[in-house]
Design a protein around this ligand. Sequence first.
Ligand SMILES: [Zn+2]
Length: 316
Amino acid sequence: MFRPHRVSRRAVLSLAAAMLANCLPASAQQDAGIGLVVLGSGGPGAVGRAGSSFLVLLDGVPRILVDAGGGAFTRLGETGLSLAKLDTILLTHLHADHAGGLPALLKARVVGGGGPAALTVVGPGGGPGFPSTTRLIALLFGKGGAFAYLPDFAAPLRFHVRDVASSASERVLVARDGLRILASAGHHGEAPAIIYRIEYQGRSICFSGDIDNKGHAALRRLARGVDLLVFNSVVLDPPGSPAQLYELHTPPRAIGELARDARVSALLLTHLNPGIDNAKEAVLASIRAAYDGPVAFARDGSRWPNEAGSPGLRLD
Ligand SMILES: [Zn+2]
C-alpha cells in the first residue's frame, strides 16, 4: 500500500541527515569509523608506561577495551574519554600486566554515571596455572569474589563471559551493526593467549598480544590485510635479550617478516621497555629488512588515526 506521507517523511529525514553531516565540525567527521587510543604501551616493569591496554573507538565512542594492565586507569582519566558506552572487553591473556587493572577500570565505569553496564568479556580458556576468563571474572566479581560488592555498587554491572580455547582456530565472536570481532588462539609460552581482529566499516585492527613464534601462523592469518597491526615488541633480535624470553616473545626481524607476509598497512609497536626504547634504530632496521610500511612506537595516549584524520600512522 502506498503511503505518501511515509515516503516524504523518510526523504525529509535523509535530507536533514545529509545537511547535518555537512554541518558537523571536522573533528566529528574524522571520528567516523574505527579508532584506537593506547592507554598502556608498557609491560610488566614499572618504567613509566602503563601496562598493556587499548581502547577501540567506533565512530568516536569507546566501545571495546583490549587488555587492562595496571596504570590504564590513570591514562583513561588523562584521555578524558568515558567508558559509559563500553560493552566489550577482550583479554589477550591473563598475565597481571594485561588483566590486573580490570577492577580499577570497572569501578571507574560504574561510578562514572553511565548507568547499568552489560559487558561481554572474552578471553582465553584456562590452562595449567591459569584460570579461564570465566573463572577470573568469578574470582574478581562473582559471589564470594574479591570485589563481589562491585556489580551492585553505584550501577548494576553484568557480565557475559566467553572463553576461547587455546586450540581455537579463527572464529567470529561478534558480527553486528557493521562490527566484526574475530579471534584465534595465539601462543605465549605457558599462558593461554588469544589474538583479536576488529573490523568496522571497512577498516581493521589486529592485536597480536604477547606472542612467540608458535603463534605466528595464526597471527599471519588473522592479521591478513589489516589497516593496523598492534604488535607487542618486547625483545631484541637474538642474542640481545635473555634466552628464555624468546620462548615468550617475537624479536623485531620476525615482526617485520610477519607484517610483510600478512600485508598489513601499518605497524604499531607496543608493550615497550627501556631495552627497546634504547635501541629504536636497531629495532626499526630489523623490521625494515622485510617490511616497508609505516612503523611507529606506541606511547601511552597515542591515537590512531591522529587528529588530522591521517589514514597512515602519524600517531599523536
Ligand atoms: Zn605482557
